[in-house]
Design a protein around this ligand. Structure first.
Ligand SMILES: [Zn+2]
Length: 230
């Protein structure tokens, strides 16, 4: 009974219509109707050889795989949902994205035996402004489905500058350790980790973070993102 009242209360705050097409949702659908859900522009990158996501982000030998949920199209569903997460203070949508993503790549991350998820960190001033790190919220969603722990404090963003400015042809990965830093004594030694970002556009941000992470004692690195502009 209480559960029902709670549900009614929640539906007052979040009307039960599809985020994407405004059709009324039915039992079992969360935020997105089944029809729109089926139309998600899935990437299948992890089934391609070579994997386009690895090609655009990293040449590092520790990077063993990469997963991306959806293609990032202008005004597409991924852009809409990530905009909600990043600029409208809608953390629940981030959790859901993480859960959906986890279900999408569940077999692969089991095969890879991933031990931990490391969200790409934000600079602390940016995180304070937003209230949370969107990649961490997505990571919590992944954790909910897979049980893989989220390690939040192993990596720190030291500078609040755009990685895009580092995207020169020559010095693409130069001075990377000035952007991110690995915290010593965090339990990542010998681990297979999934480095997780919300969106990959040029690949510079996650590529830079992966380079720094690869210099630590992690065993293997996998890259993950909700959407990619490639
Ligand atoms: Zn819909």
């Amino acid at each position: 009974m209480i559960k029902k009242y709670w549900k009614d209360f929640i539906s007052l705050i979040y009307p039960n219509v599809c985020y994407n097409c405004d059709v009324a949702l039915v039992e079992g659908e969360e935020r997105i109707c089944l029809r729109c859900f089926r139309d998600f522009p899935l990437t299948q990158y992890h089934q391609m050889d070579p994997n386009p996501l690895i090609q655009m982000t990293s040449g590092n030998l520790k990077v063993k795989g990469a997963f991306c949920f959806m293609k990032f199209n202008k005004d597409g569903i991924a852009q809409k949902l990530l905009h909600e997460l990043k600029y409208k203070n809608n953390a629940p949508i981030g959790l859901l994205l993480g859960e959906w993503f986890a279900n999408y790549i569940k077999e692969e991350i089991e095969k890879a035996k991933i031990d931990a998820i490391i969200p790409v960190p934000l600079h602390k001033s940016k995180q304070r402004k937003r209230g949370y790190n969107q990649s961490e919220v997505i990571a919590r969603g992944l954790n909910k489905i897979t049980g893989i722990k989220v390690i939040n404090d192993a990596m720190i963003r030291t500078k609040n500058v755009s990685t895009q400015t580092k995207k020169g042809k020559v010095g693409r990965w130069q001075n990377v350790d000035s952007l991110y830093k690995i915290e010593k004594n965090k339990d990542i030694k010998g681990k297979r980790v999934l480095l997780l970002d919300d969106v990959i556009t040029t690949g510079a941000t996650i590529g830079t973070a992966a380079e720094v992470l690869a210099e630590s004692e992690v065993a293997e690195i996998y890259l993950g993102c909700i959407a990619s502009g490639k």
